[in-house]
Design a protein around this ligand. Structure first.
Ligand SMILES: [Zn+2]
Length: 433
């Protein structure tokens, strides 16, 4: 069987629209009745006023900042975001807080199961099956993504091996010891495990991983291909977040990602006006409404994720809408010397053309009236000292072509740059400090 839920995954597109509109109206009434945030925010708006998906666009977005504000009121620690009796909450998770105070996310048992079910779609689409023994090379702490991966793997029927409390070498030994054939990790950590294995004299392809699902960071196509080459396996991507849940994933056609319909209503809006839906092939901001999770109602959450809208058909036969690619975050798009710059472009160049570069970091600063952009890189052990200058010159040239900006390129000794296991923060804009 190719589908996790054959009925839902092959519904005609217009049925998704009808179902999502009806669920949206239900969530709106529920949120107004049960959460302090929406009681105030949606005053004067009734479910009956929402007769079409166009009407949905009249409702204000939910932004992270107001969520932080409403979290401060009673009941502690969820405040006005909570949509259920606090005694029914069974799962505590929180955001990483990289952009400010963390948001605490309550799930009742029912809401948590809803999240897991959505995640099962992502795993099954990526070809994870009961024959897979899946290694999760992390301690999951209070962050949601790998907990969802954990429980969804079990529900799909995989055998899940948690890999917390080990260092990278310990994890490599564990993969070999238990003959894991599946793995879920951030792209950065996938690359790091491969480098570490090589330094132990182990070819990453011999680890036996058949299938890898990546999470946590936007993954440029070149990084996905690089992981596929290193491990000689199939690598899949998905997109989501702590607040909106995981809302789209890659199927085995590896041509963009399917929105998990009708679990989510996803709008991809023009980034200037945030009003109009963009056309296929255009970049827009993803605005997501989870449609079945009641303990933490979220109406039109502005994810600030920039995605390219995809086509609505797929060789896998699923009928849900697709996104073509994740471009990055609106927060990461900056003007440098008047040029719009996305750090993901640099990653794409490095992973595609510079396999001798293991780790990197981008720093933008203002010197006098000038913006200066610096790429700090760390080569891997295979790069001879005599080739360093040549690699630097090639990097400068390729980056100039890709971004239209002149980079100051520095090569640091091995071990100088931070290593990331969860979210990589490779971009620092010091002009804001
Ligand atoms: Zn597909």
């Amino acid at each position: 069987m190719n589908y996790w839920n054959p009925y839902l995954e092959t519904l005609p597109g217009e049925r998704f629209d009808q179902i999502e509109l009806s669920y949206f109206r239900g969530m709106l009434s529920f949120a107004k009745e049960n959460s302090a945030l929406y009681r105030e925010k949606l005053r004067g708006i009734e479910a009956e006023d929402i007769r079409s998906l166009d009407d949905v666009k009249k409702i204000p977005f939910t932004e992270k900042e107001e969520m932080r504000k409403y979290q401060e009121i009673e009941p502690f620690p969820y405040g006005g975001l909570l949509g259920s009796d606090i005694e029914k909450v069974t799962t505590f998770r929180q955001t990483s807080g990289t952009t400010g105070k963390p948001i605490y996310v309550p799930e009742t048992y029912e809401s948590w199961q809803w999240r897991i079910e959505a995640w099962c779609h992502i795993l099954y689409m990526a070809g994870f099956r009961p024959r897979h023994r899946v290694f999760l090379p992390f301690g999951y702490n209070v962050y949601v993504a790998f907990w969802e991966a954990h429980f969804a793997s079990e529900k799909v029927g995989c055998e899940l091996v948690p890999g917390g409390a080990l260092d990278t070498r310990g994890r490599i030994h564990k993969i070999l010891e238990i003959r894991a054939n599946g793995m879920m990790n951030t792209p950065t950590y996938g690359l790091h495990i491969a480098e570490e294995a090589k330094s132990m004299g182990i070819d990453p392809a011999s680890l036996g991983i058949e299938r890898m699902l990546c999470a946590g960071e936007p993954m440029p196509p070149a990084t996905r291909k690089r992981l596929e080459e290193l491990y000689q396996c199939h690598v899949f991507d998905h997109i989501g977040g702590t607040e909106p849940c995981a809302w789209a994933g890659m199927c085995e056609a590896k041509d963009g990602m399917h929105i998990i319909e009708p679990f989510f209503l996803v709008e991809i809006l023009d980034r200037e006006t945030l009003q109009k839906e963009v056309d296929e092939g255009e970049i827009g901001v993803a605005v997501v409404t989870p449609l079945g999770r009641r303990s933490f109602p979220l109406i039109r959450f502005n994810t600030k994720d920039l995605v390219i809208k995809g086509k609505n058909s797929c060789s896998c036969g699923r009928t849900s809408k697709k996104i073509k690619e994740v471009v990055g975050r609106t927060d990461d798009l900056r003007k440098v010397r008047g040029v719009l710059f996305s750090p993901k472009t640099v990653e794409e160049v490095i992973r595609k053309e510079f396999q001798e570069v293991e780790e990197f970091e981008i720093i933008v600063e203002r010197r006098g009236l000038m913006d200066v952009i610096t790429l700090r890189t760390e080569p891997n052990a295979q790069l001879p000292v005599s080739s360093i200058e040549q690699t630097k010159a090639r990097l400068k040239e390729s980056l100039k072509i890709a971004t239209n900006l002149s980079f100051n390129v520095i090569m640091e000794p091995p071990g100088s740059l931070p290593r990331y296991t969860l979210k990589a923060k490779r971009f620092k804009d010091l002009r804001e400090a």
